[in-house]
Design a protein around this ligand. Structure first.
Ligand code: UTP
Length: 479
């Protein structure tokens, strides 16, 4: 069959001969099983996909994924130095100084915001890009709109201009851009928002065979948020940043609805230390929480997946009884762009991690199967693996309830319901600290609904200056 296809293809698409051979030599010839049944348009699409795939590389990734994971915590493991929330006047003073440095950098237009939004959001199972999810507790504004309004508010506060870069993937790029257009870019300047797509890799079955989602389409997946580094360099984004005078990137994931975009304190700590990459962390809820932990391994900063920490390290305690390895990463970073460029130019690539997932595919009879069990391997690189190249990095601890509430699942923890409640609770605390009485239930959740537009008040301090203390909360408040 393969020889026949080769001959046909030579005639039909002579320029694609070599990529077909690559697929066959890598043992992935089954992707041509329906060649005779598909239309010429579909053939063209399949050939384009094939031309974009490095088949030997994918086979290697699969072979590597079969190897037993090496112990990544081997060597000298110690907790990293962490800047904790200020507890006394001296520390508050240090924080104020950092804030001033950050504010200055914002005023000088040195900071860009980078939102990674290329993931498929499989756990959430939504149709559109995650950022389009209506999430605000009263107005039902989308996640993207909330981010946009925060950027707006910062621009106003510091009389500045913040270029906003949004990483999408082939699967959601069109829908994401269309959403911004439909919503007139949420009153931001369309010129300040740039979309760019990350790379894709095929998903394979548990024996390493490429999966097809139709007779003419190979299942492709975004190559992980680590793909940002390649995309920033190869799509000309770093050059665009430089052209605009940007020196540092504030990086965050689209689905954290409490994100403090371009937090001047974080920016300031990062700059004051001349750091290459900095991280925000929260205290772990409990030893077994499934969160990556920031550690110092053999003198280098690193994020260790919860599954890679030994039980002994997981439960290790300090003298004061607190967990020793307690710095849970929330995937908020400051990254210096010269450092990013250097890492890329030196060809320092990030490793790929294999994730076993349920992926719909067509079986040998061409019938679509929605698997009930894990059936596929996806390959992703992680941005935090860059840490191993970092010589100087700042780690700043923040309060989870103020800064971290991701939307991952349809229900239960980290779902739209918890995200909305976390927003209401945050606004409730701001009001409470401003002198307004806000009722809460036994779990500390606000009873009622509150929504505060970032353009009205970006933080508690701003709210305090605007709110009337005699305000009576009747269970519903939108500011
Ligand atoms: P997650 O790992 O939570 O993935 O990504 P996800 O796509 O949102 O959800 P699942 O795992 O499929 O259910 C964390 C962040 O990284 C981005 C996501 O868009 C999200 O903001 N991301 C993830 C990318 O930009 N590209 C990727 O390849 C993977």
């Amino acid at each position: 069959m393969n020889i026949k296809i080769l001959e046909k293809l030579d005639k039909e698409f002579p320029s694609h001969k070599s990529c077909l051979r690559n697929a066959l030599e890598a043992g992935q010839g089954h992707i041509f099983r329906w060649w005779d049944e598909i239309t010429s348009r579909e053939k063209k699409h399949l050939l384009e996909q094939i031309a974009s795939i490095d088949f030997q590389f994918v086979n290697k990734l699969f072979r590597d994924s079969l190897r037993k994971a090496t112990n990544r915590t081997k060597g000298c493991l110690v907790p990293p130095k962490v800047i904790t929330p200020p507890a006394n006047d001296f520390e508050r003073n240090v924080e104020q100084n950092a804030r001033k440095v950050g504010e200055e950098a914002l005023r000088e237009r040195k900071i860009a915001v980078l939102t990674v939004a290329g993931g498929h959001g499989t756990r959430l199972g939504s149709n559109g890009p995650k950022g389009t999810l209506p999430i605000a507790p009263i107005s039902r504004k989308s996640i993207f709109q909330l981010h946009a309004e925060k950027i707006h508010a910062i621009q106003k506060r510091y009389d500045t201009y913040i270029p906003w870069y949004i990483m999408t993937s082939e699967t959601n790029n069109h829908a994401t851009q269309a959403f911004f257009k439909e919503n007139q870019f949420f009153r931001l300047d369309p010129q300040q928002i740039s979309f760019f797509t990350q790379g894709m890799l095929p998903a394979v079955d548990l024996r390493g065979n490429l999966l097809m989602s139709s007779k003419s389409n190979i299942v492709m997946s975004p190559n992980g948020h680590g793909g940002t580094i390649i995309a920033l360099n190869e799509k000309g984004i770093l050059n665009d940043m430089k052209r605009r005078g940007v020196k540092e990137i504030f990086y965050h994931q689209v689905d954290n609805i409490l994100i403090k975009i371009a937090d001047p304190v974080f920016v300031g700590y990062h700059l004051k230390d001349g750091a290459e990459m900095s991280l925000k962390v929260v205290k772990k809820y409990h030893p077994e929480e499934k969160v990556g932990v920031v550690v110092c391994l053999n003198g280098c900063l690193q994020i260790i997946e919860y599954s890679e920490l030994s039980r002994e390290d997981m439960y290790a305690k300090n003298d004061d009884g607190a967990l020793k390895y307690n710095a849970g990463s929330i995937a908020v970073h400051m990254i210096n762009i010269d450092f990013l460029e250097k890492v890329y130019q030196k060809g320092k690539t990030l490793p790929y991690h294999a994730a076993i997932k349920k992926v719909p595919y067509i079986n040998g009879n061409g019938v679509l199967v929605n698997p009930k069990r894990d059936n596929a391997v996806k390959f992703e690189s992680f941005i935090f693996d860059m840490l191993k190249h970092v010589k100087k990095g700042v780690i700043m601890e923040v309060l989870r309830q103020d800064e971290f509430s991701p939307v991952k699942n349809v229900e239960g923890e980290n779902s739209p319901v918890t995200a909305k409640q976390d927003m209401v609770n945050l606004f409730g605390r701001w009001l409470c600290n401003a002198g307004v009485s806000i009722p809460t239930d036994s779990q500390g959740n606000v009873i009622g609904l509150i929504e505060i537009n970032p353009c009205f008040a970006l933080d508690e301090e701003e709210l305090k200056g605007k709110i009337n203390k005699t305000l009576k909360f009747n269970g519903f408040l939108r500011l």
